[in-house]
Design a protein around this ligand. Sequence first.
Ligand code: HSE
Length: 447
Amino acid sequence: MIEYRNLRIALLGAGSVGAQVATLLLEQSDELAARVGAGLELVGIAVREIDAPRSAPIPKELLTTDALTLIQGADIVIELMGGLEPARSYILAAINSGADVVTGNKALIAAHGPELLDAAEQVGAQIYYEAAVAGAIPIIRPLRESLAGDRVKRILGIVNGTTNYILDKMDVEGDSFESALAAATALGYAEADPTADIEGYDAAQKAAILARLAFHTEVPVEAVHREGITKITAAEVRQAQKTGYVVKLLAICERLTDPLTGEEGVSARVYPALVSRLHPLAAVHGAKNAVFVEAEAAGDLMFYGAGAGGRETASAVLGDLVSAARRHVAGGPGVAESTHANLPIMPIDSVVTKYQITLEVSDAPGVLSGIAGLFSGHGVSVEAVQQSISSAGVAQGVSRTNEASGTATLVIVTHEATERDLSRTVADLAGQPSVVRVESVLRVEGA
Ligand code: HSE
């Protein structure tokens, strides 16, 4: 029997992920010790209420409400409380007492990552946060280590399971947004207040974290352009099906050169976009997550799996714990993170992508050519135009003009254009007497 020295592990929080981490750590302690070369002794779990119900059985003698005392004696602190405070202060206390930190706190890393990482670097400590983005999926380590020798061009991520479930249900079952949201709530994917998911705040925090790692550049979460999915209609989803697309909420992190100014920078943005049904991301169903990475040398990579769930996310936490523990055993510096590139964050106006615009227009001579002229006047090139009836007709596969109202529906797909040019085009279209309504403007991504 090999005798290992013990590393002291403090756990902060025993919610759905914390309770699973505690259980797995206790169950697998012999195996983890063999992998690390040191015992991992769970010395305590700080909670707000000792008697609160737990999702997994935890020995009561490990529970304490005195987080700071627990932190002081630990080699590694695992923070799974969530929220900004007191999590931030506890992590700083852990770093300052010489501990390494493992956290799953995406809001905290997105908002205070630079401060915490700097504090850790000052004292030679490490912060690991694999569980902060896309639950069980390994994506932080691939960006921080595996792809450290490559140049990432673009990341397209489905990083919010709730919104993917809603959009998938709208696509597969024809639900309205409201009824798909109600189903997501009933299943426990969406919180009682689903704002963070459906308005894209959760995905924006993840985009900020991914962009920072991918482009070695500080990306404040406030600089992430964000649009949610609440305005996506069943008609838009049906229209997307007809043109070979599916609507997905994407977190996009991209290296960009503004064609107008020549300036190079980084774009981080979250919005619902059309994705070709042939793209691997189109096959991500239900509440699953996936991160599609386009790198210069590696080419395309996709990381797929569970983006949430107590046990699934606990896997990512334990992976980080093993890394932190190995570093303690081996000594020396840990994995370096750098923001040396310090690229500018590009505004949404500089983004270059394709668009699908759906218009209801008067069905009269010269209307189509007038609209085509408006696109070319703004330097936006049209790739395809389809004329059909209103959305109800599209759903039935009918393709004719709406004779009763004397209007027609035009679906226009553009070649790549800047958001700047496209938004000017759409503003002009909305002011045309021949345009009854701009029904939908969606970006097409992943081409
Ligand atoms: N609420 C998130 C989701 C999980 O629906 O994916 C936590 O980030």
